[in-house]
Design a protein around this ligand. Structure first.
Ligand SMILES: [Zn+2]
Length: 381
């Protein structure tokens, strides 16, 4: 009898695979909120993006989509068959639904078992004000990313009338820089040689903020103490503050002790594989593409300024390896709406570099280097 049941189960399992019903585990979900769109016209946001919903799956899911226009609202239903969601992530999906109740567009995210197993996503938005586009991407660890981006159509059309740059930075009268001290609280980041990444990122981040403030620059921080902050909370905070630049501070780690040095990351849109667009015409899509391109090229320039200034500073005293500027779909770089970079200030797994990173004087040098790169980008020096 037992054998019979096992045979039935395994037959069921294999026929499920043959029919393409293999369960696809949802690994993570993020909602990066944009700047508020309900401001008065005179002070309204120039941010073209309203927000981003990002999923990470074990395998790339199939997407079934139907769009229904109801009066001046669009109701868009998507179904991702065979996606399974843990109880912890079900709570995250609920939280995202609650958050969007306050916004101009809402989303309901339900993990379904009946009549078919899968993830059901419903977006409801005003047809003339909001457009949606989705992209696939591959992330580190070979996870399959799927991102839905929500765009403010009013801003897209206003920008054409204004005829000016949407992502304004450099030569700003009163720049606002956001410093993201990586990890924190229950998330220690990399740990080696009795050093925790979260402590280094906080020390360096606070020192950068001090440096910039003495130059009269407004600074926002993702954390100022040892607290847990989710990745999408960090990006949403920077977006809501409408910061002009975003700089995330991290320390590196590998399984080998030989790797050392500094590397800087920025987000490059060529890492995305374009999916469908909904209620965005070709002009609107072109504008969206321009904004992504502009963010990327400004992020690249910011990366060059900061990476060069940082290396110049630390190399005046120490032999630090240049691991160069790279591009990646890091969640904080993807979720922000302003030029953004992520700096890996050194390896905690390298015995000598770990020792340096733990010294206050070296942390100060790194902070000086990064701050002077930011000041150079902004045209202060
Ligand atoms: Zn890190």
């Amino acid at each position: 009898m037992k054998h019979y049941i096992l045979l039935m189960l395994s037959l069921g399992f294999f026929s499920g695979i043959l029919r393409g019903e293999k369960s696809i585990v949802l690994r993570k979900v993020f909602f990066h909120q944009g700047a508020p769109s309900d401001k008065k016209e005179s002070q309204s946001s120039h941010r073209i993006e309203l927000g981003k919903l990002v999923f990470y799956f074990e395998y790339e899911p199939h997407i079934e989509s139907s769009v229904v226009a109801k009066g001046n609202r669009t109701l868009q239903r998507l179904f991702l068959p065979n996606v399974s969601v843990s109880n912890e992530l079900k709570e995250n999906l609920q939280q995202i639904h609650k958050t969007t109740k306050e916004l101009s567009y809402t989303m309901q995210l339900n993990a379904k078992e009946h009549p078919r197993k899968g993830l059901e996503i419903t977006f409801i938005y005003p047809t003339d004000k909001v457009g949606v586009k989705y992209n696939h991407f591959q992330s580190i660890g070979l996870q399959k990313g799927l991102a839905f981006q929500f765009y403010n159509k009013e801003v897209i059309h206003r920008i054409k009338q204004l005829g000016k740059s949407i992502i304004t930075t450099a030569s700003l009268a009163s720049p606002h820089v956001f410093i993201d001290c990586g990890h924190g609280g229950t998330d220690c980041g990399a740990v080696a040689h009795s050093i925790r990444e979260k402590d280094i990122s906080l020390e360096v981040g606070l020192r950068i903020a001090d440096q910039l403030r003495t130059c009269g620059i407004m600074v926002g921080l993702s954390r100022e103490t040892d607290v847990t902050v989710a990745l999408d909370q960090r990006t949403s905070l920077a977006n809501k503050q409408e910061a002009d630049l975003f700089v995330s501070i991290h320390a590196n780690a590998t399984t080998s002790k030989v790797h050392s040095g500094i590397e800087t990351y920025f987000f490059n849109p060529t890492l995305l594989k374009s999916g469908d667009c909904f209620v965005l015409n070709s002009f609107e899509q072109e504008q969206v593409g321009n904004v992504l391109h502009e963010k990327s090229s400004k992020s690249n320039r910011l990366a060059l300024c900061v990476h060069d200034a940082l290396l110049k500073k630390v190399r005046s005293q120490y032999a630090v390896k240049d691991r160069r500027i790279k591009s990646a779909v890091s969640q904080v770089l993807f979720g922000t709406q302003m030029p953004s970079i992520l700096v890996e200030v050194g390896f905690v797994t390298h015995p000598q570099e770990a020792k340096l990173l733990s010294q206050k004087s070296y942390q100060q040098q790194i902070a000086y280097g990064i701050a002077s790169g930011i000041l150079h980008y902004l045209g202060y020096i």
